[in-house]
Design a protein around this ligand. Sequence first.
Ligand code: ADP
Ligand code: MG
Ligand code: ZN
Length: 604
Amino acid sequence: MGANWSRNAFVYLLIVVAAATLFINIYRPGDAPQQISLTELARRVQAGEVKTLLVSGDELRVQFVDEAAPVLSRREEGVPVTQTLRDLGVLPEQLAKVALKYEAPGNTGSWLALAVNLLPLLFIGALFFILFRQTQGGGNQALSFGKSKARVFTGDKPTVKFEDVAGSDEAKEELKEVVEFLKEPQKFVALGARIPKGVLLVGPPGTGKTLMAKAVSGEAGVPFFSISGSEFVEMFVGVGASRVRDLFEQAKRNSPCIIFVDEIDAVGRYRGTGLGGSHDEREQTLNQILVEMDGFGTDTNVILIAATNRPDILDPALLRPGRFDRRVTMDRPDIVGRRAVLEVHVRGKPVEPGVDLERIARQTPGFVGADLENVVNEAAILSARRNKRAIGMQELQEAVERVGMGGPERRSRLMSPQEKKVVAYHEAGHALVSYLCKNSDPVQKITIVPRGGAGGYVWRVAEKDRLLAKRAYFLDHIAVALGGRVAEELVFGDVSNGASMDIQQLTQVARAMVTRYGMSEKMGPLQFGQQDELVFLGRDLAEQRDYSEEVAEEIDAEVHLLVDSAYHRVRALLAEHVELLHKLANTLLERETLNAEEFAALLA
Ligand code: ADP
Ligand code: MG
Ligand code: ZN
């Protein structure tokens, strides 16, 4: 007890002494020079009021011409003060009037005095540290938010070039201009051209938007500062805006350069339409971006590139002239583009002689660049696991299916023999109808190996990418989708729920034929319902009905009719060729998978 008391008394004594020392240190009269900001310093240098500037570490001691009391300032970490002053508009001849002196930091005064002064501070610091450790668990970040991530903007120079971005030639053409702006701004400024401030890259995920932005900075040889819109969302209120400020500050200091804002829709969403919850943070961040963009002078050689896959929800303020007024679309690649992407990604990898990238490109409509990269990577992994020395065609083919169907083959999924039989007939039905319909895409592969949720599948691929499709094509499409269900019905006299995806698909096609493609004679070439469709996203947004109840009934009747007649056609077809159906299903049960040649041979 006694020992304890004396220790406590000692601690209190120390605290009192420390506080007293600190107090004396802080309030020592006359010894605390005034602090001024760098901007103020620059102003006074410009005014010719500064005689000497003593640089000691980060500290600047300013002595004035008129012998006024010296003041202190602080330079930015790691940046020479002369550069900062020049950035702030000080002319070289103004700077020349100032005597610059340098001094190793910490040499002033005696070490002993310094130690004596610092000791109580250290002591109190340690005390606070202990107190904090006791009172709080994980709340440390509360002290460090805001500025904490500011130094993360590295502004590295990407090595990616346009040639690493396959396809997308139109996008490249447009962006070449931006590269020129960044390389030779004077050329454009001389003619009074307004250099664009913002470029919006629009396209579905994985089409190479990020890659393209990097390539622009790689081509121009300028630093690349990037930030993702989604990063802001998780932040405290006010932090997003300050982060934007930091980012732009750093970028301006490193101009010419590129600022890349990925997923800008996360902050740039239409203001005032926030669904649920507060969107203050987002709005502030967006406003800050707008403020910064408007603050660019004609000589600010910083170009903003933003990426989004939802241009429809962006705030119009972002798209106004002088902001993101250039829009570059990155579409899903066509067959030529896909081949080019594959070529980029096999570059530098060992490939077997028999590999036919053209064929892989043909088999992958709808794949984006990221998918194709994934295909090559999966193929490399597969080849390595098979102890091959190069990537083989077989592996590429398997990789396509893996990536396309999501996940590797799941042979282990338990399927009863009866289930397997149903699946075999179902898939045989699809394949046979496809074979019997002239306008359908040819069958590439049939399998009853379950994969990613599907019991089996028939893989049909267009000869070439389709731009236009005729009515007959859609009718056959519906027929093929019905093939599985009708085969089940015909053979087992009962149906399974395995056809639900088929039904969903064919209903969509039939509806679109009536309401959008004008392919129903009765309804005529009219559009029914307003659809906000983004063609390149392949997705329908909300539909707005703009027709009456009676018309709705007519539409339904027409859709019904289309599907009904297709159904009867398929039923007749399959009944007529039921022998082939049995043969095909039995072969499938035996071999599980048939490729295009095997399929053709079987039906011949
Ligand atoms: P996004 O930003 O549009 O979602 P990314 O640029 O992140 O797409 O693309 C992901 C990856 O996919 C890239 O790193 C690249 O390897 C590959 N990729 C996408 N598009 C292409 C392309 N046109 N050419 C080459 N590779 C591509
Ligand atoms: Mg991206
Ligand atoms: Zn099916």
